[in-house]
Design a protein around this ligand. Structure first.
Ligand code: RNT
Ligand code: ZN
Length: 416
């Protein structure tokens, strides 16, 4: 794409925004330093390196596009390539089942920081800070209940696993000199009418208290809420209300996944309600189509509203952003790039909102003016700002990444 044209378009956009009191250079600088954590599990359809035969826990990937990463080197190579197509800052979010187990069977209750040493070194070499996740699914002990299981043996197995995962995250945070965000999501629930709802939630809360008892200064834990999983439709132990109550009472970070609520719910409204009572938010951007289908993120109202709310609430520094989807039906590298860029576009639009004027209108009760400006803001030339951001970062502008991915597919992924 023509560098001159992009720069010229940017200069014009800059003036247009300046007239509304918005500084585009500042917005670009903010976008550059706002990290987006890439979910390692999009490379290989959430399989990991344990040779599990199927994905369980109420989540599902669909599609069998060729070229899935089959081992740790391929996962890393794909992530390194993805990074070459993205401006700004990325982190990498790793699930426990992606440990460097060196061909040995390391059970979930045996995992140690050493299994992630090569990941830490790789992260450092490639400019990725790491985040982490315990893994309760795709294991013979997963069943329908893990941390909420009344069976002491099963429950203790998963408590042990999750405590060990916190230690891995602690080691990562220490190594990278930046807190590692560790997400706890368990699938616990049941398919059909459940009469012991209170009991499982009590057990879950107790398990979490045990897991979180030890102070670990280099990591931050967060707990993810969910509406339901496949095969677990009638009851979810870690529902929104449970997680909101638990995180508020324990001062724990809440994980809000955009796929985990009723399809018609505008989850952006949760930002200000939650942030009054929980210290921070972990945001999983995803795209539910009729259910929590984990389609690739696109620039839609749900994601735009979420980030606008974050900025309007002055809470950008209290949120961590990660992608969470897994689409096996299209080129997986393409899935990363589309979803990360869409997340960036939503963030950028939030940074470019003429907020000063909007706040002033609202304060004065000038509601026609507020609505008018919100509508007009939708037509502001943010695309020119985004193009310039990519140009400035030395990565493909606009659709230029398509042939790059085609080339990588031809040379690398299609040969797997
Ligand atoms: C599942 C949750 C969870 C997972 C990952 C793989 O519904 O969103 O975050 O997607 O842990
Ligand atoms: Zn999630």
């Amino acid at each position: 794409m023509n560098e001159k044209q992009i720069t010229k378009a940017y200069e014009m956009a800059k003036e247009r925004y300046a007239a509304l009191g918005v500084d585009t250079d500042k917005a670009i600088a903010l976008l550059e330093k706002t990290p987006i954590s890439l979910q390692c599990w999009q490379t290989d359809d959430v399989m990991g390196f344990e040779n599990a035969d199927a994905l369980s826990g109420g989540i599902q990937t669909t599609g069998n596009y060729p070229g899935r990463a089959r081992n740790i080197d391929e996962v890393r190579a794909d992530l390194e390539f993805v990074k070459t197509l993205l401006g700004g800052t990325q982190r990498v979010n790793i699930h426990e089942i992606y440990g460097d187990f060196g061909g040995k069977h390391v059970d979930r209750n045996e995992v140690e920081p050493a299994h992630f040493k090569s990941w830490m070194e790789w992260g450092k070499e490639n400019g990725f800070k790491l985040d982490f996740n315990s893994t309760s699914f795709s294991h013979p002990m997963s069943g329908d209940l893990s941390l909420a299981n009344p069976d002491k043996k099963i429950r203790e197995f998963w408590i042990e696993h999750t405590i060990r995962c916190r230690k891995v995250a602690e080691a990562m945070g220490k190594y990278q000199k930046d807190p590692c965000i560790m997400n706890i999501w368990v699938h616990d629930g049941s398919k059909d009418l459940t009469v012991e709802r209170m009991r499982y939630r009590e057990i879950f809360a107790e398990s979490l208290d045990t897991i979180l008892a030890e102070e670990m200064p280099h990591m931050k834990s967060c707990l993810e809420a969910k509406l339901f999983g496949i095969g677990l439709e009638s009851y979810t132990v870690g529902s929104h209300d449970f997680v909101a109550g638990y995180c508020a009472s324990r001062k724990l970070m809440y994980t809000l996944d955009t796929g985990h609520y009723e399809q018609t719910e505008n989850i952006s409204d949760m930002v200000s309600s939650l942030l009054l009572f929980v210290p921070e938010l972990m945001l999983h951007t995803s795209r539910p189509v009729r259910w929590d289908s984990d389609h690739v993120v696109i620039m839609n109202d749900q994601t735009l509203d979420l980030f606008k709310e974050l900025v309007r609430a002055n809470a950008l520094n209290r949120a961590h952003i990660g992608l969470d989807y897994f689409d096996a039906s299209i080129n997986r590298i393409g899935a990363y790039v589309i979803g990360t860029r869409a997340t960036q576009k939503c963030l950028l639009q939030a940074f470019l909102e003429p907020l000063k004027t909007l706040r002033k209108y609202e304060d004065k009760g000038q509601y026609f003016q507020r609505l008018a400006l919100l509508e007009e803001a939708k037509c502001l030339p943010f695309g020119a700002v985004y193009d310039y951001f990519n140009l400035k970062n030395g990565v493909p502008v606009g659709e230029e990444f398509i042939p790059e991915i085609e080339k990588y597919e031809k040379e690398v992924t299609s040969k797997r």
